[in-house]
Write a protein that binds this ligand. Structure first.
Ligand code: ZN
Length: 344
């Protein structure tokens, strides 16, 4: 079968690899119908040292179950399923608490013997705990929005929860990528009154406004901090969603948080420390977040997608096939595309 491998920074190839297959009795074999490229795939795309063997890519997908192991109970051959960006057993102490990203028996896509999502098929470990059956046909018009439940919509929701968004609150979103835009959707869904988006690209701003952003801050650095302060009566925002991961963006996030407020971090940290330790301490700012347990959120967000109350699939502005994946990485890295959908 064909699948995507990254060999180093800027070096993405689509190659023929061994066919995905069942190994454990708890596995499912899923033939992928939709996948995508993630903003977090761009970190290795910029930094990964060159290798000879390459690394299988992709952690967001929807597909049709082709076969299941003898111990699988909740999914059957022919089911259309969505997978979260990590797999999990659904039964351990952390899964029962809704923190499937810390599953004692879980792991990531693209690790040895587990395929990546940017390919034709995937071996899904712990299929009962991992997969969620979708009650629609495989080419349903809602497919882009359903696909965001595998990562970006759940991650935006996690940022909003970690930042303690509630009805009436003022929210600021740092990062205008797909996750930041989904963070706007999540903040509005949770009842935020004012939603300030920090971003400067016209297409992203337009989408942010349609998703519910009330104010746009195009400035950067200290000017952006000043502008948010103006918009919030010099107090800062109650809830700040940090959807980038650079030290500079975390600094901005902490600088625009109101005393007693909270920052929800979902941008994968690219630096070893969190800035402004003293300032945030004296302002009683809560710093939360981490990888989103999107498996826990799929069931919560799915009705809103199915009934059209949220349309996170609008973050996809480019569609390609498997052979076009390397171009898709380039487009996202050059910020020519917000998010690329892959139809193998
Ligand atoms: Zn678990």
């Amino acid at each position: 079968m064909r699948a995507t491998l990254m060999y180093g920074a800027g070096d993405v190839r689509v190659e023929t690899v061994p066919d995905a297959r069942l190994i454990e009795p708890t596995d499912a074999l899923v033939r992928i119908t939709r996948a995508c490229i993630c903003g977090s795939d761009l970190w290795p795309y910029r930094k990964m040292p060159a290798t000879d063997s390459g690394r299988r890519m992709g952690h967001e997908f929807i597909g049709v179950v082709d076969a299941v192991g003898r111990d699988v109970r909740t999914v059957r051959r022919g089911d259309l399923v969505v997978a979260p960006f990590v797999w999990s057993d659904g039964t351990c102490v952390f899964c029962r608490e809704g923190l499937q990203t810390s599953c004692l028996h879980g792991g990531g896509w693209g690790s040895p013997d587990v395929d990546g999502g940017q390919g034709e098929a995937v071996r899904v470990p712990q299929a009962d705990g991992t997969l969620v059956v979708l009650p629609v046909g495989r080419d349903d018009v809602l497919m882009p929005s359903l696909l965001t439940l595998s990562d970006v919509m759940g991650t935006g929701h996690h940022a909003a929860l970690a930042a303690r968004v509630e009805p009436g609150k003022t929210v600021a979103v740092v990062g205008d990528g797909a996750v930041g835009l989904c963070g706007v959707i999540a903040a509005r869904r949770l009842g935020a009154e004012q939603i300030i988006m920090l971003g400067r690209h016209a297409d992203r701003i337009t989408l942010a406004r349609e998703f519910g952003a009330t104010d746009i801050v195009r400035e950067r650095g200290d000017e952006a901090i000043e502008r948010v302060r103006e918009l919030t009566g010099d107090l800062g925002a109650h809830s700040v969603l940090e959807c980038v991961g650079y030290e500079e963006s975390v600094r901005t996030a902490l600088s625009i948080t109101r005393a007693g407020g909270a920052v929800g971090r979902v941008g994968v940290p690219q630096d070893p420390s969190i800035p402004l330790a003293k300032e945030s301490f004296f302002d009683n700012i809560t710093i939360g977040g981490g990888p989103a347990p999107v498996r826990a959120y799929i069931e919560e967000l799915l009705p809103d997608v199915l009934e059209g109350r949220i349309q996170p699939g609008r973050v996809f502005d480019r569609v390609t096939n498997l052979e076009g994946v390397p171009d898709g990485y380039r487009a996202m890295n050059d910020r020519k595309s917000i998010k690329v959908m892959v139809e193998p």
